[in-house]
Design a binder for this molecule. Sequence first.
Ligand SMILES: [Zn+2]
Length: 438
Amino acid sequence: MTKDYGGVLNDLVAGRWHHPVTGDIATVPFQSIVIQDALDGREAELLESLGFQDKTLAVVSDRYTYDALAGRIVRQLKAAGFRIDDIVWRSPVCSDQGVMELRGLTSSAEALVAVGSGTINDSVKYASFLDKKPFATFPTSPMTAHFAGSASVSFDGMKQSIPAAHAEGVFVDLEVLRRCPQRLIWSAYADVVCRTTAQVDWLLSHRLLGKPYWDTVYHLLAADEPRLMANPEDVVAGEIEAIARVTRMNGLMGLGTAFAGTTHHGSMAEHMLSHYIDMFAGDQHPGTTHGEQVGVATLAMNRLHHHILDQDAPPVLKATAVDRDAIEARFGKAIAEACLQSFMTKDFDQKATDRLNQTLAAIWPDLTRELRPLMLRSDDIESALRRVGAPVSAADLGLSADFWRDAIRYSRFTRDRYTMLDLADDAGLLDDFAASCS
Ligand SMILES: [Zn+2]
């Protein structure tokens, strides 16, 4: 007997999940999400539920995910009479060139089936989107990408998050996931720990600057986060329920864009820090995963949140200072130009700063009272990351202390999202904080 682990995702897809405060029904653009302990033998039935049985299907995998899952899926579908192009993509790259190659490989298919991790999934997602073909995905690791409507694609070496379509169906065989490399498991774990810092940053920007904010995804994540944080050993041990928890939380982080049309709920300063590493480490990039970097960055941001929000009086802001030369020295001229263009929305002159100081003075006690319960203890985050096997410091990532301090100082200039990095820097507190980080 198979067991279902979809939890709140089942309720969402069925249209029976209500926001606990507003009572509104939250909807998601998936026909089907199935998360079970085993799906062996059900592949044809799952794709039939999407109406894929009448289409020529390209089943896309790489040589690792073919052995892990795709070979089985192809055998099952052929036995059930499906028309299949079995495509084992030898050197998958999710870039403009790579996606072009994949579109050629899948040109005779009417629908695509991705079997793999982030690269296969996002390549299939973007190729399907461009060719206006439906697709389904069978993940081989628990990542947000499988549930997200956007694809992470490199254009001329620059990674960009491109709007694309959601999968028609996401079919998760937890028995396959628990056998994926441990590094992918702890990376997925570390990537969702960012809930705490993303929510604090986003709500801060809402209260201080009036930015739009939606809490739907946080109510959904709350069903799993406490046990995820308390029992990291279960994840390492490959317990099905723990792997399911990591999968559901990654799923919610991915599909959370459907509620608000933005990734703010799971991508604030901690993700800027991770992107900073990917953008500027160059030859020194230690080869760490997105999730590993986000875990370390989440811990750093959580410490900064405590550092600022534990103060009784609000910090006093000064007009934003932009050291263009220092930014160009780190970003290069062209990237600095583009970044500073988007930074303008939070480049506050004296008049705007006076207003922000008035707002801060008026809301500070309420703001800290509201934000503190959303934060986790730094020791608890560090302990959970350690116990799951993930890095906890820049040194663990293989980054120099100088590079990491620069990341903390200059990440705020890479995006227009307002976070605690902005508030701390305008308050003259960020340099000392960065100097204390390693
Ligand atoms: Zn992430």
